[in-house]
Design a protein around this ligand. Structure first.
Ligand SMILES: Cc1ncc(COP(=O)(O)O)c(C=O)c1O
Length: 509
């Protein structure tokens, strides 16, 4: 075991960039245009009367400002075994591909004849995802995993409406270990949510499913392995029950990393699935907008997908907008294209064999991590009755240590930042495991990195016994101490924009 070193993060007294600006400072001096530019007349309603109140700074000042902010990121540059999200290396090559002018300088309103290159990439990547899932068509509009789940609920609505059964197919069935975006998006689309319990041993309950599913079921949404790393061995039975009731069944593939190349959603009988390009496929991690949830489905559901679809013809690629049964748009144009290009670059550089191998490594690494965590007193693996190895992540509980010392999972997360590693991910709601944490080793980190991460956990467990206050009052070496949620309740202390901030301060001055 190594002795983890505490770090001292930089603590800059950094104003917001608007406060740093001073009139006349400038970054670039642009050449005067050779020819006079044509005058542009904007309609009065959108032409502004005053110059925008933007901060003026030199290039160095801007660089320094953002460098300072980047130095105050609570250990985010360290090892991050952040579960349910598969942290990946975002390669420079992929960034380079996405920033090339051929991509960065085009616009989706251009004529498709001038967009053939990007349409080819999107189509090729669609084919890669088809081969990984068995589905017949993908779209990339969704801005994250939750958006892709929403795409499924919108497609289900359009599908049942088209069959004249929307008034009777009113329920969406999922289980309590599913990500909250599954029930939430189904509710947003107007379905009644039926949330199934787990069996005593932690597996999703097949008996509960059989009792819940009926001719009222429009859709079943399920993830597998779930966010505890547990693979449901009865998944084929789940699909059979869904089909018998005539319901649609959706595979939330957020946790695809441990099964990449090993199984096919279509062969298991699913009607649709989604992949997280921003997690599993190496594009930068994000969610709710800057990311991409790739949504794929069978030919039967394809007419209801968001439009446009990219179609390959004898004369090149075209955008098929004429889709009268489509559920409509989930997002403008074709989604977040640079992210798709990065994921495409990742998939092409890995190849089918590389993807398969990455999945093996991620499961082995996770089980190595599990093995070492099990040796730390006070930590308990969730659902100990499930002896099968967890897949690419595992939900653990700190409950025994919490009972002994009063130090909980949030205290641990805060203290981890003092060692320059990323605070651990606890759990999605609801917390069905007490004092939870969910590490995911992944294929990215070396054994030394994983060992360092575990050594930090062991060190904090020791501190919890010897000096619990030190852990409860962490972080100590970071620019910010604990974030107290109460300030978010008091609207007078925060503002969403600089202008709103100025208004609030002028009003209170
Ligand atoms: C199983 C599962 N589904 C969906 C999501 C939502 O994904 P996103 O954060 O990209 O919206 C997550 C996020 O962690 C997840 O774990």
């Amino acid at each position: 075991m190594t002795q983890p070193r505490e770090i001292q993060a930089a603590r800059w007294n950094e104003p917001v960039i608007h406060q740093l600006g001073r009139a006349g400072a400038r970054g670039q001096r642009f050449p005067t245009p050779e020819a006079e530019l044509p005058a542009v007349t904007l309609p009065g309603s959108i032409a502004r009367a005053d110059r925008p109140d933007l901060p003026e700074l030199t290039e160095f000042e801007v660089q320094r400002h953002f460098l300072h902010l980047s130095q105050m990121t609570l250990g985010m540059m360290g090892v991050s075994l952040f579960g349910t999200c598969t942290m990946k290396y975002n390669s420079k090559t992929a960034e380079y591909a996405a920033q090339r002018p051929e991509l960065a300088e085009i616009h989706p309103y251009q004529h498709p004849d001038t967009l053939q290159g990007v349409l080819e990439i999107l189509h090729d990547f669609d084919l890669i995802l088809r081969s990984l899932s068995g589905m017949d068509q993908f779209v990339f509009q969704a801005g994250g995993g939750a958006d892709a789940a929403y795409t499924m609920t919108a497609v289900a609505r359009a599908y049942w409406a088209d069959r004249g059964e929307l008034a009777t197919r009113t329920e969406m069935v999922t289980s309590i270990q599913a990500h909250p975006c599954n029930p939430a998006t189904a509710a947003a689309a107007g379905f009644k949510v039926v949330n199934l319990p787990l069996e005593e041993n932690g597996y999703p309950s097949l008996d509960a499913l059989k009792a819940a599913v009926s001719d009222r079921t429009a859709l079943i949404m399920i993830n597998n392995p779930d966010d505890m790393g547990i693979y449901n061995p009865e998944i084929k039975e789940w699909v059979r029950v869904a089909k018998e009731a005539g319901a649609l069944i959706f595979y939330d593939h957020a946790n695809f990393n441990g099964v990449m190349g090993k199984l096919s959603a279509r062969e298991l009988g699913f009607d649709a699935c989604m992949f997280m390009l921003h997690k599993t496929f190496g594009a930068p991690k994000a969610g709710g907008g800057p990311a991409v949830g790739a949504y794929g489905c069978t030919e039967e559901l394809a007419p209801y997908m968001p439009a446009p679809l990219i179609v390959k013809t004898e004369n090149g690629y075209r955008l098929d907008e004429d889709r009268p049964k489509s559920c409509g748009k989930i997002r403008e144009f074709w989604g977040n294209v640079p992210q798709v290009v990065k994921a495409y670059a990742w998939a092409r550089s890995m190849g089918a064999e590389g993807i398969d191998l990455a999945s093996d490594i991620s499961v082995v690494a996770n089980n190595y991590m599990d093995h070492r965590l099990a040796q730390i007193d006070g930590l308990a693996r969730s659902n100990p009755d499930i002896t099968a190895p967890r897949m690419e992540m595992t939900r653990w509980s700190l409950a025994p240590l919490f009972e002994e010392t009063g130090v909980g999972t949030m205290d641990f997360a805060n203290r981890m930042a003092d060692f320059g590693i990323d605070p651990w991910w606890m759990s999605h709601e609801p917390w069905i495991v007490p004092e939870p944490f969910t590490p995911e080793a992944g294929e990215l980190w070396s054994k030394a990195d994983i060992d360092l991460w575990i050594d930090v956990v062991a060190k904090i467990a020791q501190e919890a016994r010897e000096n619990p206050e030190r852990v409860k009052t962490a972080p100590h070496n970071q620019p910010v101490a604990q974030v107290k949620g109460d300030v978010f309740e008091d609207a007078s202390t925060w503002a969403m924009t600089w202008r709103a901030y100025q208004r609030k301060h002028a009003a209170s001055a």
